[in-house]
Design a protein around this ligand. Structure first.
Ligand code: NAD
Length: 499
């Protein structure tokens, strides 16, 4: 299945990028989509230089005018939503409905950023000294390096770039080596908009193609004050330390190990569909996928059996070609992901009360398709504390909510969490004590809206992207005090320094 000319047609100058270093295969059937070159070190260096020049020009453009560029880009995405969604599905394998959702997320963040471009507010702070004015100003930061993961090949870039651009920054995007085509398509659409916009420099947003090697070059370059990196905790640990070593700033969005607690008062008609979407949706390849379900013992067997029935139904008839509208679970990204999933199942097997699914299916399609797996456990064992990026969900019992909370929080990651309850006390207790960046009530762990700040604690990296005041990460804060009097200026803290 070669990507149709319609979808690859989104990339205006594909031949310019052809080479031998990056081979792009579709996870749908393993077919070769394109072979691309990776940027050589001197090319990355040149692009960083261009990004610095572009930043110097762009920061002079008033923020609402910068917002206008993002507005035009949002319109361009609306016009090309279906083609881009198809390419997302062809390149990363998520079902087409989720491919469309991902492009919609890009459009939504553009809308958000347009409004934001008129709201980059600072503060006026009461000064302790007479005839003094103290202010907090937010200023453009510089070129922003964006490193993204394969599973949200376009939305995460849009979260970062839409905000970074209205904040007055230029962008350098190193997409996942598994999904460079969608990145090139986004860049082509951006370039189309840029030519209509006189006051924007041509290198305002650039792509750096390659692997971790090119990522590392961005990470180590002093000219890039902010690295926003999305991916595994392993990657984040390396990136965070290297950026810190040069006193740069990093915004890390890393792995999750998300759980849903199901209490005795839960409405199972709400809980079970939410758990299912979180567990098997996107073939378990979301950072917010539901990996653990912690169920009160009085509902444990019932909830497990309900989930088992649904997972078996999905595994037997709804796993397949993600471009087919009837499919709910597409392929895993590659063979390595399947092997990691199998190893996780083998590690947990000695502790499991029951294991459903996990085997390979649809071998006729030549991609890596699996029957989603469900593991029934008596307690949370060591291997459950690791993120397995596949449709593998552990179901465990609890007796008291304190105990459930302890189990919930005793993993190294802290991204998304949820409780299923109709008891307001349980809901408030959960929101207070969940150690995650996201804590939902009667909503699953995956599928966040762009309006809220997105991100997590602990090994998830502490970064916040997207809505709320996440824009502040893309600007530098300056405190400024002005004296407008004529007498000798007073010193703070009443200090006297009379000469
Ligand atoms: P990955 O860590 O293998 O790669 C992510 C990106 O980092 C790629 O572009 C890769 O080239 C780059 N990279 C890897 N090592 C690097 C290094 N040392 N220096 C610079 N760049 C480096 O992740 P993946 O397999 O593409 O994505 C899956 C992971 O991403 C999962 O752990 C998932 O939970 C996480 N993720 C997190 C979020 C979030 O918002 N928290 C969102 C999506 C995915």
């Amino acid at each position: 299945m070669i990507a149709s000319p319609r979808t690859l047609g989104l990339i205006a100058n594909l031949s310019e990028f052809s080479g031998t270093e990056l081979t792009c295969h579709s996870p749908i059937d393993g077919s070769l989509l394109a072979t691309l070159r990776a940027d050589a070190p001197e090319e990355v260096d040149r692009k960083i230089g261009l990004a610095v020049d572009a930043f110097r020009q762009w920061r002079e453009v008033p923020a609402p005018r910068r917002g206008e560029l993002v507005r035009l880009y949002g319109s361009k995405l609306r016009q090309n939503k279906e083609e881009l969604a198809q390419l997302v599905t062809q390149e990363c394998g998520k079902v087409i409905e989720e491919g469309r959702g991902e492009v919609q997320e890009m459009i939504d963040i553009c809308d958000f950023a347009v409004g934001l471009s008129r709201q980059l507010y600072g503060l006026t702070i009461a000064s302790e000294r007479p005839e003094h004015v103290m202010q907090e100003n937010w200023l453009p930061l510089g070129p922003v390096g964006i490193i993204s993961a394969f599973n949200f090949p376009v939305a995460v870039w849009a979260w970062n770039s839409a905000l970074a651009l209205v904040c007055g920054n230029s962008c350098l995007w190193k997409p996942s080596e598994k999904t460079p085509l969608t990145a090139l398509a986004c860049q082509s659409l951006f370039d189309d908009v840029l030519v209509q916009f006189e006051d924007a420099p041509s290198a305002l947003s650039q792509i750096v193609l390659g692997t971790y090697v090119q990522g590392q070059q961005l990470v180590d370059d002093n000219r890039i004050p902010l690295i926003s990196a999305t991916g595994s905790t392993r990657m984040g640990q390396a990136v965070g330390q290297r950026v810190a070593a040069r006193f740069g700033r990093s915004l890390l969005e890393l792995g999750g190990n998300n759980a849903i607690i199901v209490t005795p008062s839960a409405d199972l008609g709400v809980a079970v569909p939410s758990i299912l979407f979180g567990s098997v949706g996107t073939a378990g390849q979301r950072c917010t996928s539901t990996r653990r379900v912690i169920v009160h013992r009085c509902l444990f067997d019932q909830v497990f059996d309900m989930l088992k029935g649904a997972v078996q139904q999905i595994g037997s008839s709804k796993v397949g070609d993600p471009l087919d509208a009837a499919t709910l679970v597409g392929p895993l990204i590659d063979e390595a992901a399947y092997e990691v999933m199998q190893r996780a199942i083998e590690r947990v097997r000695p502790h499991a009360l029951e294991i459903v699914g996990g085997q390979r299916v649809r071998e006729d399609l030549c991609g890596v398709y699996v029957h989603p797996a469900l593991v029934k456990l008596n307690e949370q064992v060591e291997s459950v504390c690791e993120e397995t990026f596949a449709p593998l969900t552990y179901v465990m019992p609890y007796d008291s909510l304190d105990e459930a909370m302890l189990t919930h929080n005793s993993v190294p990651q802290g991204l998304s969490s949820a409780i299923m309850t109709t008891d307001v006390r349980e809901a408030e207790y959960f929101k207070r004590y969940s150690d995650c960046g996201i804590a939902n009530v009667n909503i699953g762990t995956s599928g966040a809206e762009i309006g809220g700040a997105f991100g997590g604690e602990k090994e998830t990296g502490g970064g916040r992207e997207s809505g709320s005041d996440s824009w502040k990460a893309y600007m530098r804060r300056q405190t400024s005090t002005t004296y407008f009097g004529t007498a000798r200026p007073a010193l703070a803290q009443g200090i006297r320094f009379d000469v």
